[in-house]
Design a protein around this ligand. Sequence first.
Ligand code: ZN
Length: 330
Amino acid sequence: MKRFAWLALLFGLALAAAPVHVVRPGETLYRIAHNYGVPLSELAAANGIANVNLIRVGQKLVIPSTRPSWPAAWGLSVTPWPLVQGRVAVLRVPAGVSAVRVFNLKVPAARGVALVPVPADTRPGAHPFMLVGPELRGELVVVSGGYGHENIALSEEKNALLDREKIRAEKKRLLAACGPWTPELVGRGPWRWPLDHVEETSAFGTRRTYNGRPGGWHGGIDLRGKEGTPVYAPAAGVVALSDELYVRGNTVILRHGLGICSNYYHLSGRVVEEGQRVSKGDLLGYVGATGLVTGPHLHWEVRVLGQTTDPAVFTRPQLWRWLTPAAAAP
Ligand SMILES: [Zn+2]
């Protein structure tokens, strides 16, 4: 290959790795730079912008990588950096730190590690954090997860039939079932997918409106599956809930420690009982269409400290490398 082609390839790879921001109406380059915690001059230079007042709606801007602002002597490392909306981040914290306060959460630390869920609707940009113990303060930078948007049409009759009180009670039970945070991680990863054949029909994080009204984001991944397709445990855990619920139908929740729970909804049948220990690959139940759904599929959800987070991250080796200190690796 000619040298020019190699350079073009390298440049392309560098761009592919950097987060991209699409300019929205009313935004200024100054505001965008501030939101991502990067200097205005660096943002302009990275995008070849000579006049910072001339950007247009829909323009794609490459966000140059930022660096943590705290002193290296703290011994605090954050992966990935910058953090991404809707994905977990691993903070390796100095000795004596018992928790991290960030995103309105208090994330306990065990053996120098705090697993932080970044809510999918976190504003891109800098967010303050505080370490509890030796009280240290700094900022974490969050970039967009690039999530899409979908509108879900609900017939007004169907909407009127929903029992709001039951929906609220179910959510409360779901969050309580995962139980308090525990320092032991049960079953290391990477996790397997809960189905043998993996085909996503609705991605995690998609912003939803219902009949045009804002309705949060899709908190899990929908996987295609025929009624009766086996659903397997992605990792070792303890069954925290196995019951039929109103909205979510037949539901199984597994507790994995460190505040992590994995949830399986709309099952046609369940074969596990609350309190039971399961190993990676054990049968939990079968794909179905129970609860408020239009057809059979598996909604797979992972919550950390009650916060929905992208389940796919748990199937990748990267997260488990971040969670395992290099010194302890075999
Ligand atoms: Zn779903």
